[in-house]
Design a protein around this ligand. Structure first.
Ligand code: FES
Length: 242
């Protein structure tokens, strides 16, 4: 029976950055599209979560090794970094979604496909002003509230939207969004490189906005820099990638 550390190929005293780097490497190798399997993917993910959450003891080992779930699970309401930078080593006090102060967080969203249609850019200063004047369909542009216990993807789904996703585990980038205004701290354990984090790219299956009003462009999986990280959703039983 392999321990979570053996599954990720790191020493028990490895620092957090080593843990994150090992997870990113192993979760790619374990992906069904890269020669792995859903079971292996899930085992790697659970091993990482056990170490991250300080539960990499015998019980956690057994849980990680004996998982029989054939499908990457829906993301738990996981701990989130308390920093907005891509430097996960700075995250010494993880903040769970339940720990976020009670507040109303409103997300103003815009579909990336609309930018293509209108010749707009994510970096346009007046992007959302233009969107507000364009009389777009509600699925392409609008606002909704994100509750404290929801990731952004969960909030979109709970409000009736069908935003893209596949793994729900931070590995495939199908759920990527670009932040135009506001903050959405990146959690530990995602596949995005630091330069993408610095450009405001986040994975909606793991992250949630923390500012009162946040503007995001969703469906950015084909944006340059993000598309290169995209894993096909075809191997995931529950996926929506349109
Ligand atoms: S759904 Fe795969 S990274 Fe979010």
């Amino acid at each position: 029976m392999s321990s979570p550390y053996e599954i990720l190929g790191i020493d028990p005293d490895a620092d957090e950055q080593t843990l994150v780097d090992a997870y990113r490497k192993r979760v790619k190798e374990a992906h069904p599209d890269h020669g792995g399997s859903r079971e292996e993917f899930q085992t790697v993910k659970e091993a990482y979560e056990a170490i991250r959450d300080g539960e990499a003891d015998a019980g956690a080992t057994a849980r990680a090794s004996q998982s029989e779930s054939p499908t990457p699970s829906r993301s738990p309401k996981r701990a989130r970094e308390s920093t907005t930078s891509g430097d996960s080593s700075a995250a010494t006090a993880p903040e769970s979604s339940q720990d976020r102060p009670e507040q109303t967080v409103t997300v103003e969203y815009l579909n990336y496909e609309v930018l293509d249609d209108y010749g707009w850019e994510v970096a346009d200063d007046d992007l959302f002003e233009k969107a507000g004047r364009a009389e777009l369909d509600y699925e392409d542009y609008g606002k909704f509230v994100v509750k404290n216990n929801e990731t952004l993807l969960e909030a979109a789904e709970n409000r009736g939207f069908a935003w893209p996703f596949a793994c729900r585990g931070g590995a495939c980038t199908n759920c990527a969004v670009a932040i135009v205004d506001g903050e959405m701290p990146p959690p530990v354990g995602h596949i995005l490189p630091d330069e993408m984090i610095e450009k405001g790219i986040r994975l909606s299956c793991l992250a949630a906005p923390v500012t009162e009003h946040t503007q995001v462009v969703y469906n950015v999986k084909h944006m340059p820099g993000v598309e290169e990280l995209l894993l096909s959703p075809s191997r995931f039983e529950k996926a929506h990638s349109d």
